[in-house]
Ligand binder design. Structure first.
Ligand SMILES: NC(=O)c1ccc[n+]([C@@H]2O[C@H](COP(=O)([O-])OP(=O)(O)OC[C@H]3O[C@@H](n4cnc5c(N)ncnc54)[C@H](OP(=O)(O)O)[C@@H]3O)[C@@H](O)[C@H]2O)c1
Length: 342
């Protein structure tokens, strides 16, 4: 069935058709067309204007529980959304409000108001509510500032540094006074990091044959904070270069998400944990929800001051969702990728 152009009269949605093996395929997702939902008393109906594609969704497509339940077969694919309120029977929401929610890969969202937030009029495009001011930006904020405890003078290495999370994390470390090096795929991404965002250096992991040597050259004073979005092989190659008291922030595992568990890469260079008194800690951004307002206020100030820059890649057309998601695993995106349903 073709996704066609949405006329608002029906609800197009992508559901999980098969659990992917390895890299997800387009036919792991099934397009369905259902009637547009009708809001009841106390409910609101939201039309999605921007829908996210997130690498972390991969974890919910399998049958193992991570920090979130796996999706059931036939369930709508989970994703963050920005939309406009079209009908409201709820006192907190007015028709025309721009709201952020998590209605997933579908045209319409029906809610009793829980999990729906009116986007403040901060002068920024509404899509930023699921980008630099959404979970990617918040993950960078709490990962770098709280888990990584970055401070002035630190030597910082960020992997998948040209992605939504990595680019924000690196800039926040710079704001704190750290020297920041990024790892990214290809000259365009590396050039963006050094020329536009002010990274001290960028390593092209598609060219580097020996990642430890490449990091040693780019970080001659070692690494105090490794903010990792890539996975175990990357962490293992940086462990010998960590400075005493270094912190490893385990944020994401792009290279490992599509690996079956028995084939996952392990860490070998763990002796560095003792000698260098290292800590390695993961985070889930949702754990910090009570502190989101403070983070939003600071990040908005940084954006306005030009200290926190972001890139959004808007892809038009609802039908593009599965391929846009799969493309995250082949490095297609630069910055935050969102879909604008037609
Ligand atoms: N812990 C949390 O609460 C939390 C919340 C949100 C996101 N995350 C995680 O944070 C990470 C970044 O998220 P994001 O949304 O900003 O996505 P992202 O970094 O834009 O992710 C896509 C990028 O990952 C890189 N990549 C893909 N496969 C790779 C591989 N095999 N080896 C190395 N790099 C690879 C590619 O960039 P290159 O071209 O540079 O290789 C690709 O463009 C993800 O792992 C995500 O799951 C964690």
């Amino acid at each position: 069935m073709s996704a066609g152009a949405g006329n608002g009269a029906v609800n197009r949605r992508f559901v999980l058709a098969h659990r992917p093996v390895g890299l997800p395929q387009v036919d792991d997702f099934r397009l369905e067309v259902t009637p547009r939902p009708e809001p009841g008393p106390g409910q609101l109906l939201v039309r999605s204007r921007f829908i996210s594609v997130d690498p972390g969704t991969r974890g919910r497509l399998g049958d193992r529980e991570t920090y979130a339940q796996p999706l059931a077969l036939g369930e709508v694919i989970q994703a963050a959304t920005v939309g406009t309120v079209e009908v409201s029977n709820h006192p907190r929401f007015a028709v025309g409000d721009w709201v952020a929610a998590a209605f997933g890969w579908q045209d319409w969202g029906l809610s009793d108001g829980r999990g729906v937030r009116v986007i403040p009029d901060n002068g920024l495009p509404p899509s930023t509510a699921i980008g630099v001011l959404g979970i990617p930006g918040l993950t960078a904020y709490f990962g770098m500032l709280e888990v990584g405890a970055v401070k002035a003078g630190d030597q910082v290495l960020v992997t998948s540094a040209a992605g939504a999370v990595g680019s924000a994390a690196g800039q926040m470390a710079m704001i704190e006074g750290a020297r920041v090096v990024g790892v990214a795929g290809g000259p365009t991404k590396c050039g963006w990091l050094t020329r536009e965002l002010g990274f001290a250096d960028a390593i092209d992991h598609r060219q580097a044959t020996d990642m430890t040597a490449a990091v040693a050259a780019a970080c001659p004073n070692g690494v105090d904070v490794l903010f990792d979005n890539v996975g175990n092989a990357m962490i293992d190659s940086v462990l010998p270069l960590m400075n005493r008291g270094g912190r490893i922030v385990v944020c994401g595992q792009m290279a490992d998400y599509n690996q079956p568990q028995p084939e996952a890469v392990g860490l070998k260079n763990t002796r560095a944990f003792i000698g260098q008194r290292l800590t390695m800690r993961g985070l889930v951004a949702f754990d910090y929800y009570r502190e989101y307002p403070q983070a939003w206020a600071r990040m908005t100030d940084w954006i306005r001051a030009g200290r926190l820059r972001y890139r959004e890649e808007v892809i038009d057309g609802f039908a593009a969702l599965p391929e846009a998601f799969i493309g995250l695993f082949t490095g297609e995106n630069l910055g935050r990728r969102v879909i604008r349903p037609d």
